[in-house]
Design a protein around this ligand. Structure first.
Ligand SMILES: [Zn+2]
Length: 297
C-alpha cells in the first residue's frame, strides 16, 4: 500500500486532517494544493504545511517508508521488536531504529484513553534483574512497577495500565490508582498499607489474600500475576533483560498498547491506529530519545 514516501505522506495527511484540510497558518478550511515531499499548500495564504511537522515524524531524516515498515513490524509481530532486531530488519543504524521505537512508544498512549473500571486488581511487581526467591521484595533496589488489570466476570481479563513508581508507598500508589481507575470501581489489592487511602478516595477496596492452605498454585491476584509474568518474559526474551530505568515507562506503554489490543482481529487496524496516534502526538526531542521521555508522572 505504501510504495514510496508520497504514498505515506498522503496517508498521513488523510489521518491528520480527517475532517478536511485546515491551514495551520490562517486556520482556513480549504482544498490544498499538493506539493512534493508531503507538503500541502494553502490556496488562501500560500502557506506550505508539512504533514509531519508537529507530529512524532517532525524533522525526521528517515524515509517515511522506513517509519511505516517499522510501525508494521511493531504492530504485527506478536512481541514487537527490539531496536536491535529492528535495526537488522530495516537495514538502518541502531540509532535510527531506537529513535523510531522511542517515538512510536510515546504515540502508543492514546490521549483520550478511558480509565479502567469495574473490578480492577492492583499490585506491584519488581522488574529489572533476577528476582530472589522468598521475600516479597518491597523496598529493594529493583524497579517497582504498579500494575492494574480489569477483571471480567465470569472469567478473563480486560485492559491493563502500568506505571514505574519510585516505591510502593501510598504516595506513589494512590496517584496511580486515581489516574488510571475510574472512581466507584472495586479495587482488589492485598493487605499492603500503601493502598489504605483508597476508600476515602471513592473506591471500594476489597482485600484478597492467599488461601490459608498455602497452595503455591493459588495466587491471590491472577490478573496482575499473569500480566506481570508476561511483562517479565517480554523484557527478558524480546529485550534480553536490558531495560534501563530511564526508559522503563516507555517499554511499559508499548507492552500495554499491545496487550490491550491482543484480541483485535485485524493487525492492519492496529497499524492504522498507531499511525493515527502518531500524527496527533507532538514532537519528541533527541534528549527524550536518548535520556528517556518525560511522561510527567
Ligand atoms: Zn492558509
Amino acid at each position: 500500500m505504501f510504495p514510496d514516501d508520497t504514498a505515506c505522506a498522503n496517508f498521513l495527511a488523510r489521518l491528520r486532517w480527517l475532517g478536511g484540510f485546515i491551514c495551520p497558518a490562517c486556520k482556513t478550511a480549504s482544498s490544498p494544493w499538493n506539493e512534493s515531499r508531503g507538503r500541502l499548500a494553502c490556496p488562501i495564504c500560500r502557506y506550505q504545511a508539512s504533514v509531519s511537522a508537529g507530529t512524532i515524524f517532525d524533522k525526521t531524516r528517515t524515509a517515511l517508508t522506513t517509519w511505516f515498515e517499522a510501525a508494521w513490524h511493531v504492530t504485527t509481530a506478536k512481541n514487537g521488536m527490539s531496536a536491535k532486531t529492528l535495526e537488522r530488519t530495516l537495514g538502518t543504524s541502531y540509532r535510527v531504529a531506537w529513535t523510531i521505537l522511542q517515538r512510536f512508544r510515546v504515540a502508543m498512549v492514546d490521549a483520550e484513553r478511558k480509565q479502567l473500571s469495574g473490578d480492577v486488581e492492583v499490585d506491584e511487581t519488581l522488574v529489572g534483574g533476577v528476582q530472589q526467591g522468598g521475600k516479597r521484595g518491597r523496598g529493594t533496589t529493583k524497579s517497582v512497577v504498579a500494575i492494574a488489570v480489569e477483571i471480567k466476570r465470569p472469567k478473563g481479563f480486560g485492559r491493563v495500565r502500568m506505571r514505574y513508581v519510585p516505591d510502593a508507598s501510598g504516595t506513589s500508589l494512590l496517584p496511580f490508582v486515581q489516574d488510571v481507575i475510574a472512581p466507584g470501581s472495586v479495587v482488589l489489592t492485598d493487605g499492603w498499607g500503601g493502598y489504605n487511602g483508597l476508600s476515602e478516595n471513592g473506591y471500594t477496596r476489597k482485600i484478597t489474600v492467599l488461601s490459608s492452605s498455602g497452595d503455591p498454585a493459588h495466587v491471590s491476584m491472577p490478573g496482575v500475576h499473569r500480566v506481570a509474568s508476561l511483562l517479565k518474559r517480554w523484557i527478558l526474551g524480546t529485550h534480553q533483560g536490558s531495560v534501563v530505568p530511564a526508559h522503563l515507562q516507555s517499554y511499559l506503554e508499548e507492552f500495554t498498547f499491545r496487550f490491550n489490543r491482543r484480541t483485535s482481529r485485524s493487525r492492519g487496524l492496529v497499524f492504522r491506529r498507531l499511525i493515527e496516534q502518531a500524527v496527533v502526538t507532538g514532537p519528541i526531542t533527541e534528549d527524550d530519545v536518548t535520556h528517556g521521555y518525560d511522561w510527567g508522572l
